[in-house]
Design a protein around this ligand. Structure first.
Ligand SMILES: Cc1cc2nc3c(=O)[nH]c(=O)nc-3n(C[C@H](O)[C@H](O)[C@H](O)COP(=O)(O)OP(=O)(O)OC[C@H]3O[C@@H](n4cnc5c(N)ncnc54)[C@H](O)[C@@H]3O)c2cc1C
Length: 385
C-alpha cells in the first residue's frame, strides 16, 4: 500500500501561510537557531519581537482553547507550524514552560481564580515560569521526592531542595511537586503548588554546565509560606496533576528537523573546504550518508506520533522512541562535527557548543535508559528487569 506523506490542499495552504508569516515577520537575528538551548537567553531581544508578532496572530498558545486566548489549533496544523518554524530555525515555544506546561495544567485542573490570575499573564509574556520537579535524590524516580510541605492555617510551609531547575534565576513563578503525606504510598502523598519566586525563604543558586552556560539552578526552600489557594488539584493528588504537564508536544519534530539542519550546515562547510577533514574522505562520506538516513528516520518516527494524536490515540512508547532516537542522533552529529573540525573543534564556537550541549539531551526530559525501559516493557512486552 502506498503511503502519501504529502499535504492535503488545505494543509498545503496552511503551510504556505506559516511560511509567508515567517518570511515577512521573523526578526533576522532569530535565524540560524535550532542547534541547542544555550543561545536562547542571549537572543532575548529578538525573541521578544518574535513573541509579539506571534501574539498578534494568536499563535502563542496554539493548543489552548479559544476561550482562554489560545488558537484551538488542530494537531496537524500545530505540527505543520512547528515543522515550518524548525525548518526556518525560529523558536516555536516562545511561551516557555508557561504556555507549554503550566497553562494547560491550570486549564485542566486549576480553580477559576487561578485561571483569572495566571492565564492571560502567561499569554502576554508578563511572567516567566520554571519547573520544580527534580531533586538531588529524585530524578528518574520522581515520585520519591522529599521536599516537604506542612499545612499551617491557610498556608503550606515548604522546606527542601529542587535541582536542575531550568531558568529559575529568571523565573517569577515555579510550579512544583511537594510531599504532603510522608506515610502514604509515594505517588499518593504528593501535592502540586504554584510558588511566587519572590517569597521569603527561596534561594536560587545557578549551576554551570560543562558548556560553560548557566541554564539551570539549585533552588532551596526554607520555611517558605505558600497560600493554600495556590494548590492545583486536591492535596495528595499532585502526582496525577503533575503528569498532565508531561504530556505535551510528544512528536519531537523540532529536534528531528534541528538535527538535520545541523547536518546540512556541516555538509555545506565541508564542501566549501572549511573543515579540517576533507569531504572526499570516503569514510566521512559514508558517515554523512548514515546520519542523513537517520535524520529521515527521526522524521518518520515523529510523523508516527502525530498520526496517532490525529487519530485520538495517546502516544506512549512511540514518543519514547522519538525522544531517544532524536537526542542520540544529535549526539552522533555532534561527534561528527567535532571530528570534521579537527583541532579547531576545541575552540569555543558554535560547533563545540552544540557538541557539549548535546550531552544533556539524553538526560533532560527522561534519560535514554528510562526511554529504553518504556520501549522494552510497553512496546516489546518484555518483563520488567
Ligand atoms: C538540560 C536539563 C534541563 C533540566 N531542566 C529541568 C527542569 O527545568 N526542572 C526539573 O524539575 N528537572 C529538570 N531537569 C532534570 C531532569 O529531569 C533529570 O536530570 C532527569 O530526569 C534524570 O534524573 P537525575 O538527573 O536525577 O538522574 P538519575 O535518575 O539519578 O539517573 C542516574 C543514572 O541512572 C540511570 N537510571 C535511573 N533509573 C533507572 C532505571 N529505572 N533503569 C535504568 N537506568 C536508570 C539514568 O538513566 C542515569 O543514567 C533537567 C535536566 C537537564 C539535563
Amino acid at each position: 500500500m502506498a503511503i502519501n506523506l504529502g499535504d492535503t490542499p488545505s494543509e498545503a495552504a496552511w503551510r504556505e501561510e506559516v511560511r509567508e508569516f515567517i518570511k515577512n515577520e521573523a526578526p533576522k537575528e532569530l535565524f540560524g537557531g535550532g542547534e541547542g538551548e544555550g543561545s536562547l537567553f542571549g537572543r532575548m531581544g529578538a525573541i521578544k519581537g518574535w513573541r509579539d508578532k506571534l501574539a498578534g496572530k494568536g499563535w502563542i498558545a496554539p493548543a489552548w482553547p479559544k476561550k482562554y486566548g489560545g488558537a484551538d489549533m488542530s494537531v496537524v496544523d500545530q505540527f505543520i507550524m512547528n515543522e515550518e518554524f524548525a525548518e526556518a530555525g525560529v523558536p516555536s515555544n516562545v511561551g516557555g514552560f508557561g504556555v507549554m506546561m503550566i497553562g494547560p495544567t491550570i486549564i485542566e485542573h486549576g480553580t477559576e481564580d487561578q485561571k483569572e490570575e495566571h492565564l492571560s499573564r502567561i499569554l502576554k509574556g508578563e511572567v516567566i515560569w520554571c519547573q520544580g520537579y527534580s531533586e538531588p535524590g529524585a530524578g528518574s524516580d520522581l515520585a520519591s521526592l522529599q521536599t516537604r510541605a506542612v499545612r499551617d492555617g491557610d498556608d503550606y510551609v515548604i522546606n527542601g531542595q529542587k535541582i536542575w531547575t531550568t531558568g529559575a534565576q529568571y523565573a517569577d513563578w515555579m510550579y512544583m511537586l511537594v510531599r504532603t503525606d510522608p506515610d502514604a504510598p509515594k505517588h499518593r502523598g504528593i501535592t502540586y503548588l504554584l510558588v511566587d519566586m519572590k517569597s521569603p525563604g527561596v534561594t536560587v543558586r545557578p549551576l554551570t554546565t560543562l558548556a560553560g552556560t548557566q541554564t539551570f539552578n539549585e533552588v532551596f526552600f526554607e520555611d517558605v509560606r505558600v497560600p493554600v489557594k495556590n494548590r492545583v488539584g486536591e492535596e495528595n493528588r499532585g502526582w496525577y496533576v503533575g503528569t498532565t504537564t508531561l504530556d505535551f508536544e510528544r512528536s519531537s519534530i523540532g529536534s528531528a528537523i534541528g538535527v538535520r539542519k545541523a547536518l546540512e550546515k556541516m555538509i555545506r562547510d565541508a564542501k566549501a573546504g572549511n573543515t579540517e577533514v576533507a569531504f572526499r574522505n570516503e569514510a566521512v562520506r559514508r558517515e554523512f550518508a548514515d546520519r542523513w538516513i537517520e535524520c529521515e528516520v527521526a522524521k518518520m518516527l515523529s510523523y508516527r506520533v502525530v498520526n496517532m494524536q490525529v487519530r485520538g490515540l495517546i502516544p506512549n512508547y512511540e514518543a519514547s522512541m522519538c525522544k531517544m532516537y532524536s537526542s542520540e542522533l544529535g549526539q552522533r552529529i555532534g561527534y561528527l562535527t567535532m571530528h570534521m573540525y579537527g583541532m579547531h573543534g576545541n575552540v569555543r564556537n558554535r560547533a563545540s557548543m552544540g557538541y557539549m550541549q548535546g550531552v544533556s539531551s539524553t538526560i533532560a526530559g527522561g534519560t535514554t535508559e528510562i526511554q529504553k525501559g518504556i520501549i522494552a516493557t510497553r512496546g516489546l512486552g518484555l518483563p520488567r528487569g
